[in-house]
Design a binder for this molecule. Sequence first.
Ligand code: FE2
Length: 277
Amino acid sequence: MGSLDQLSEMSADNSEYQRRRDEVAALAADYVRGNIIPDVKYTDAEHAVWQLVAKQLRERHHSVAAPEFLEAAERLDVGVEEIPQLQMVADRLDGLTGFRLQPAAGVVPFHRFCGSLADGYFHSTQYIRDGSTPFYSVEPDVLHEVIGHGSALADSRFANLYRLAGEAVQRVETETAVQFIAKVFWFTIECGLLDAPDGPRAYGASIVSSYGELDQFRSAEIRTLDIVDMVGADYDITQYQDTLYSAHSLAHLEDVVGGFWESCDDTSIDRLLAAVK
Ligand SMILES: [Fe+2]
């Protein structure tokens, strides 16, 4: 679908990209849960971006993505040839794990994003990144949402972790507690690793949807998954991560992070932060 010539033509003018991004995003503005998610009439050049990136990601996933993620991505089976329509992905997820998708016009504030997770909805953008930078996106786009989060949400155990994060944010009241839950979310749902015999493998959406970071993440300082250790850890969402956490297994991740999200409240998080500082 499409060609790289069309792709660079589309990217020659960034204001044209912004106009198109906003046009696609506007489809989400009037969306009401329960409605059919509007289809996007993607151009050949947009499909070419998907094809280029999705093929490269799939190749790398076989050697560095966690087996549980690979199996979930196979179940979702969105293909590499063209951008899937969000309603189709939403229907498949609903059938696989009961999770549903809701179109988003851009980054959704963390509190609202998590409220939806608790209800079993994941906010997903529909626009695709600028074709002039196919392997980098300044904001979450349909490649990140579908290949990263959508694949994980096709596994009921990962999906349950998303839901628990959402419920934890709903339970707490202080901004400090929300921020700490967001940090744990970042180090796991977005950037998490699982140990494997050949070295840590990624399941975090941000890493599995980043061609560059899939090549780099094993050079980061990789620590054993530990909530207490995360208190003092810094992160910058605009850079490749220099600190990552790997769980021994999915059961270990469920035990440590699922257990934390299931039981945490303002008091327990305050106590945790005070004990480490
Ligand atoms: Fe994300």
